[in-house]
Design a protein around this ligand. Structure first.
Ligand code: SF4
Ligand code: SF4
Length: 445
C-alpha cells in the first residue's frame, strides 16, 4: 500500500505476502547466492577457457559491460546498495568467516586516525585506496578489461583476498573496508531517489554496527545481509522516495574519508579522461606509465583544486574547514556519475547493447541473435546531442542544489552559505566547461 506522509512517499513492501516472504525468509537470499556464486564461478571458468575476444567472452561481458558499468551504476543511482544483496563475493565472505579466527578489524570509530589536509582520515580510506590502486587502475589503465584471461586472474585474486580477510576478521571486514566497490557504493547511494529500508532500529547485531546501520537500508553502509529482516520479520520494509541527493545532505555520520573518495571519483571519471590527454605528452616513459602517471596526476590535481576551493570558501565564509571539506564534496558527484552514464553506459547500450546481450546469453547456453545496436541511428544521434548540451549541466545543477542545502546545514546565514559554496561552484562550472569543450573538440559529440 502506498502512503504519503508529510515528508515523503513510501510503499510498504512487506504488506504484500510474496514480497514479505522474499524479504524476510532466511532461505531466500542463500538461494539467490547459490545462483550468483554459480554464475561467478562460470564466468571465471569462461575467462580462461572462452574466446579471447573481450566483446564476445562471457566473463568479460558479464563483469564489465553488464555488471560494473551498468548494473552497479544504474542500480546504485536509482536504489542505493541493492547489489550487495546478490553479490557473490559478499556470499563468499559470509560463508568463509564462519570458519575464521573472528578477530576484530580496526574500527573507524576507535582505530587509528591520520590527519591529512586538516581533516581526520581513518581505516575507511582503505576502500578508497583499494579502488584507486587495485580497482580502477588495473581495470582501465593496465588493460585488464581488454583481456579475458587477465579478468579471470583479477577476480580470482580478489576472491583469494576476500577469503583471506574473512578467515582472519569478523563481521564482513572485507565488505566494510576492503571491497573496491564498497566506498564507491556508500557515496553514490546517497544520490538515489529510492531507498529500501526498515522503518526503525531492529536491535540486530549488525555487520556495520559501528556506523549505526542498525536497520536494513540500501542507503549508507549497510551490506544488505538481511539479518535485520530475517531476524525481525515483523518489522515493515518500505520502498521510500526522497529527493535525489537528500541523503548526502542529511548524513547521520558524515565522514571526511568519503568526501575524499567523492573527489577521487571526480578525478578518475571525468577529469582523468581529459587531463590525462594533456599530461600524457609530458610522460617520457612508455606503457604502462603513459596511462598510470596521468591517472595519478589527475587525482592529485582534483584533490588540490578541491582543497583550494575549500580554503577560499572557508576563509571567505568563516565556516569550519573540516565540516566544509566533508559536506561540499558531494557537489562534484552528480556530474561525475552522469559523465559515466552519458559517455559510456548509455551510448554503449544504445550502440552495442544487442551484441552485449547476445554474448551474455550465449555464454550461458541460451541462443540469442539480436542486432548489434539496440537503438536506431537517429536515437543515438539524439542522445549524443543531449549528452553534449544539456545532460552534463543537469549534473552541475544537481550538484549545486546539493551543496546549497549542505551549506544551509552548516549555517543559518544565507550570505555565509553563499560565500562558502561559490568557490566550489566556480570550480565545478569551469572544469565542466573545460571537459565538455575538450570532448567536443575531439569530435566525441
Ligand atoms: S561490499 Fe562489496 S563484496 Fe561486500 S557484498 Fe557489497 S559489493 Fe559484494
Ligand atoms: S544487519 Fe541489517 S543493517 Fe546491518 S548490514 Fe545486515 S541488513 Fe544491513
Amino acid at each position: 500500500m502506498a502512503t504519503q506522509d508529510s515528508t515523503r512517499w513510501k510503499l510498504s513492501l512487506t504488506s504484500n505476502r510474496l514480497l514479505q516472504f522474499l524479504l524476510t525468509n532466511r532461505y531466500v537470499q542463500p538461494t539467490v547466492h547459490v545462483v550468483s556464486v554459480s554464475l561467478f564461478a562460470w564466468a571465471l571458468w569462461t575467462a580462461f577457457t572462452g574466446t579471447s575476444n573481450p566483446n564476445e567472452n562471457f566473463a568479460s561481458v558479464a563483469f564489465f559491460s553488464v555488471w560494473w558499468s551498468s548494473v552497479m551504476l544504474v542500480s546504485l543511482v536509482l536504489f542505493g546498495r541493492v547489489w550487495c544483496y546478490v553479490c557473490p563475493m559478499g556470499a563468499i565472505v559470509r560463508f568463509t568467516q564462519r570458519f575464521g579466527l573472528e578477530r576484530h578489524f580496526p574500527m573507524y570509530s576507535t582505530g587509528p586516525k591520520l590527519k591529512l589536509f586538516g581533516v581526520s582520515l581513518s581505516v575507511i580510506m582503505i576502500s578508497a585506496a583499494v579502488f584507486v590502486v587495485f580497482g580502477r587502475m588495473p581495470m582501465y589503465k593496465l588493460g585488464v578489461v581488454f583481456d579475458p584471461q587477465l579478468i579471470g586472474i583479477y577476480f580470482l585474486g580478489f576472491t583469494a583476498l576476500a577469503v583471506g580477510v574473512s578467515l582472519v576478521y569478523q563481521r564482513q571486514a572485507f565488505c566494510r573496508y576492503v571491497c573496491p566497490a564498497t566506498g564507491v557504493m556508500s557515496v553514490t547511494a546517497r544520490l538515489s531517489p529510492f531507498e529500501i529500508r526498515q522503518n526503525a532500529d531492529t536491535g540486530v547485531q549488525c555487520a556495520t554496527l559501528e556506523y549505526k546501520s542498525d536497520y536494513l537500508s540500501t542507503d549508507r553502509r549497510c551490506v544488505s545481509c538481511m539479518k535485520c529482516t530475517t531476524q525481525n520479520p515483523e518489522r515493515d520494509v518500505q520502498l521510500r522516495a526522497r529527493w535525489p541527493g537528500a541523503a548526502a545532505v542529511r548524513q547521520r555520520i558524515p565522514l571526511p574519508d568519503e568526501a575524499l573518495l567523492v573527489i577521487i571519483l571526480w578525478a578518475v571519471f571525468p577529469i582523468d579522461h581529459v587531463l590525462g590527454d594533456h599530461v600524457e605528452v609530458f610522460v617520457p616513459f612508455g606503457d604502462p606509465w603513459l596511462s598510470v602517471i596521468p591517472y595519478f596526476a589527475s587525482i592529485a590535481a582534483a584533490i588540490g583544486a578541491y582543497l583550494l576551493a575549500n580554503a577560499v570558501g572557508t576563509w571567505w565564509s568563516g565556516l569550519d574547514w573540516s565540516d566544509s571539506f566533508t559536506m561540499f564534496a558531494y557537489a562534484y558527484l552528480p556530474y561525475s556519475i552522469m559523465y559515466m552514464l552519458g559517455n559510456h553506459v548509455i551510448p554503449n547500450w544504445l550502440e552495442e547493447g544487442g551484441a552485449t546481450l547476445n554474448a551474455l546469453f550465449n555464454g550461458i547456453g541460451i541462443p540469442l541473435s539480436l542486432p548489434e545496436a539496440l537503438a536506431s541511428e537517429s536515437t543515438i544521434a539524439a542522445w549524443d546531442w543531449f549528452n553534449a548540451t544539456i545532460w552534463p549541466w543537469l549534473g552541475v545543477l544537481w550538484g549545486a542544489v546539493i551543496v546549497w542545502f549542505a551549506a544551509k546545514r552548516l549555517t543559518d546565514v544565507d550570505g555565509r552559505a553563499v560565500r562558502a559554496i561559490v568557490p566550489h561552484l566556480v570550480l565545478l562550472v569551469l572544469t565542466t566547461a573545460w571537459i565538455e569543450g575538450h570532448l567536443g573538440s575531439l569530435g566525441l559529440f
